[in-house]
Unconditional design. Sequence first.
Length: 113
Amino acid sequence: MNQPDALGPLVQNDNSPVFDEGWQAQVLALAFNLVERGQFTSVEWSEALGAELEKSKQRGEPDNSQSYYQAVLTALEGLLDAKKSQHIELIDERTEAWREAYLRTPHGKPVEL
């Protein structure tokens, strides 16, 4: 993503750039890549982006590419924060399970979960 020329020029039909700034292409590519890798579903992504676009509209922000890509960024950050929280909970649960297994295991015996 550090080499925008690697993909060739990205232009719309009227020859204007598709993205105003490089970060816009990067954040959208990152979101699509995370969907493809199964970090969240396309439905989760669509709902998160739709919710952020609605919030932007409610705040009276202009309907332009800047507000759209800001919504993309905010939606992506929200999804990643939610996933991080889920992983932290799973780690905490697993840590507690190992702690309990350790406490009930006789000295000198292997700890089994």
